[in-house]
Every structure is written in structure tokens, then in C-alpha cells.
Write a protein that binds this ligand. Structure first.
Ligand SMILES: Cc1cc2nc3c(=O)[nH]c(=O)nc-3n(C[C@H](O)[C@H](O)[C@H](O)COP(=O)(O)OP(=O)(O)OC[C@H]3O[C@@H](n4cnc5c(N)ncnc54)[C@H](O)[C@@H]3O)c2cc1C
Length: 302
């Protein structure tokens, strides 16, 4: 039996990053146990899902106990989840209790062979899992979502008392935006330090992104300088994206930034320095001053 730890929208549909997990899970087991922390009573899941458990809690110790309980009850062999900070933390605690191998952020997974990037994305390492039982998080946009027959299912709630605590989520803030979600967007426009101010970032990067129907990303320098919020950061300490088109504006291409966008299918950039590192990672390089080029591109797209 295989466990999948996924997210649901309020409507009960699976979130975009959760979808590819089912295809991978059903390639290693025919019956799936679905676990989620989303508080929904009815969900749409692939028909190979025999149970859907909801563990509504903000306490890490309760979440860990809930997964351990489901793990023991169904004698799960493997638990898979889309990779994010939250699944990395919770499954890390579960793996510690079970003393099982735990692999995070895999970009390839077949017959217990796993590939993942290490050293800020500069090396793609291959691992073989020797244990029959293990936990693994997958970088969702590296896997294709399979078309699976979906059925409606009632969820079962699992609750435990928290005696000791590893930590507690004190607030969940949902970002409401008309733009696509950065992690799963097909087009991303990223602005860097060269924008010089939040006003320029808003005046140039946002309209350019909207003209392309894109999500907005930012470098750490842009975030640290207050041009963009923290959850727009792309890179080693930000989000990992793999869109069809990644447009980097005034971005130098530091290794820590490249780690977050290197899987993009097509990379275009605007930079006034032809020796900028981003050049080596670009399919299209526009050597120009962004303050002149971006308004012209926006006008052309209108
Ligand atoms: C542990 C660690 C983790 C990090 N994690 C991240 C991360 O997750 N994400 C991240 O982005 N960074 C991260 N960084 C920071 C990273 O090393 C770089 O400092 C950062 O990415 C640089 O941002 P930038 O490209 O916006 O700025 P810069 O490096 O200053 O580059 C600005 C670019 O804009 C160009 N430019 C300037 N003016 C113009 C103009 N008018 N028109 C066109 N082009 C222009 C310049 O030629 C230059 O190439 C991390 C660093 C460390 C140490």
C-alpha cells in the first residue's frame, strides 16, 4: 500500500503540484491511501485511492502522529508528496520516528532510482534506495500529470491530542492573486536589483508579466531591497520554477538564482552587460537597458 500526502483546494480538487504525485504513486502500487492537511469533507481523487484521511491540525506533533497512525494502520510501504517546505518538515519528522530513508526534492524517480540536484543545483546526483520502505518528496514540475479516472470521495478525519510539541503553525496566510501561481506558472517574468526601486519594479515588471499572462518572480537582491515580497523569490532559498518561458530582467544569473530556474524550457533575458552570467543559461539574450526595452516590449504586446 502506498501513501500520498497531497493538498486540496477548498473546492475539493487537487492542487496543481499534487496531481503528478498520483501518476508516480500508481506506478509503484495499485492501491493508494491519500493523506492531507486541507480541511475538506469531499474531494476528487483518482479511483485507485481507497481512503482519504484529513488531519486538521496546526501542531507538527499531531500531524506527525496522524501520519504515523495511518502508516501503521495500512502498513504503508512508501509515502510520496510534492516537494515544499511543509512536506519536507513533516515527512522528515515521520521518517525520523520510523527510522526510514527520506529523500527530498527528487526530479527523477523510477524503480527506486532517484535523481536530485545538490550543491545549489550544480550537480545532478543519482541515488538508489536499498530499503523497500521509504519516504520521498518530488519536485512536481519535473513530473508529468497522468490522466487518471477521478471519483468523489468522503474524507475521514484523524485527530490526536498534542502532548509534547515540535512546533506549531501560528498563522496560515493565503496569497490571493489574479496572476498564475509562481511554482506552477507556464510563463514567469523575474525582476532583479537593476530595477532600482519598488516603483520601477511595479511600473515595469508587473505590466510586462500581465501582458504575457505570467507569474512574477524576483531575485533575492530585489526582495531584500523591498521591490517584491519574499514569496516571489526564485532560487536556492526561494521557489523552484520550471516554466515554458522564463524572462529575467536585470538579473545577473548568480548560481543561487540559477538553482531555482535552471529547468525552465526557454530562458530569455534583458541585461545591459553581455558578460552577465545569465547569458550562459539563456536561449535569447537582449543586450539592452531595461528601462528602454521593457516599455517598448509592453507596447508591442498590447
Ligand atoms: C546562501 C545564499 C542563498 C541565496 N539564495 C538566493 C536565491 O534564492 N535567489 C536569488 O536570486 N539569489 C540568492 N542569493 C543571492 C545571489 O547570490 C545574488 O546576490 C542575487 O541573485 C543577485 O540578484 P540580481 O541578479 O538581482 O542582482 P545583481 O547581481 O546586482 O545583478 C543585476 C544585473 O542587472 C544588470 N543591469 C543593471 N542595470 C541594468 C539596466 N538598466 N538594464 C539592464 N540590465 C541592467 C547588471 O548588468 C547585472 O547583471 C543567495 C545568496 C546566498 C549567499
Amino acid at each position: 500500500m502506498i501513501g500520498v500526502l497531497v493538498d486540496f483546494k477548498e473546492s475539493g480538487e487537487l492542487t496543481l503540484p499534487s496531481l503528478p504525485i498520483f501518476g508516480v504513486a500508481s506506478s509503484i502500487g495499485s492501491e493508494l491511501i491519500v493523506i492531507s492537511f486541507s480541511n475538506v469533507s469531499k474531494v476528487m481523487v483518482p479511483e485507485c485511492s481507497s481512503e482519504v484521511y484529513i488531519c486538521p491540525s496546526d501542531s507538527y506533533s499531531v500531524m506527525t502522529k496522524s501520519i504515523l497512525h495511518i502508516y501503521e494502520t495500512h502498513k504503508l510501504k512508501v509515502v510520496l508528496a510534492p516537494h515544499n517546505t511543509f512536506t519536507k518538515e513533516v515527512l522528515g519528522l515521520v521518517a525520523g520516528h520510523l527510522k526510514l530513508p527520506f529523500i527530498t526534492d527528487a526530479v527523477f524517480f523510477e524503480n527506486r532510482v532517484v535523481k536530485k540536484y545538490i550543491y545549489s543545483g550544480s550537480i545532478l546526483a543519482t541515488y538508489r534506495i536499498n530499503s523497500e520502505s521509504y519516504l520521498i518528496t518530488l519536485r512536481s514540475n519535473a513530473f508529468k500529470a497522468q490522466s487518471l479516472n477521478m471519483v468523489e470521495k468522503e474524507t475521514k478525519t484523524v485527530t490526536f491530542e498534542a502532548h509534547s510539541d515540535y512546533g506549531r503553525i501560528i498563522e496560515r496566510r493565503k496569497t490571493v492573486s489574479a496572476r498564475p501561481d509562481l511554482s506552477s506558472a507556464r510563463v514567469v517574468v523575474t525582476g532583479g536589483r537593476a530595477l532600482g526601486s519598488k516603483e520601477s519594479f511595479d511600473a515595469l515588471i508587473l505590466p510586462l508579466a500581465d501582458a504575457l499572462g505570467a507569474a512574477v518572480g524576483a531575485t533575492r537582491a530585489a526582495v531584500d531591497n523591498g521591490y517584491a515580497p519574499n514569496d516571489w523569490q526564485v532560487g536556492q532559498t526561494g521557489k523552484v520554477v520550471a516554466p515554458d518561458l522564463y524572462l529575467a530582467v536585470g538579473v545577473s544569473g548568480a548560481i543561487q538564482h540559477i538553482a531555482g530556474m535552471k529547468d525552465s524550457k526557454f530562458v530569455a533575458c534583458i541585461n545591459k552587460d553581455r558578460n552577465a552570467l545569465i547569458f550562459e543559461h539563456s536561449d535569447l539574450f537582449l543586450e539592452a537597458d531595461l528601462f528602454e526595452a521593457v516599455p517598448k516590449i509592453i507596447a508591442l504586446l498590447k
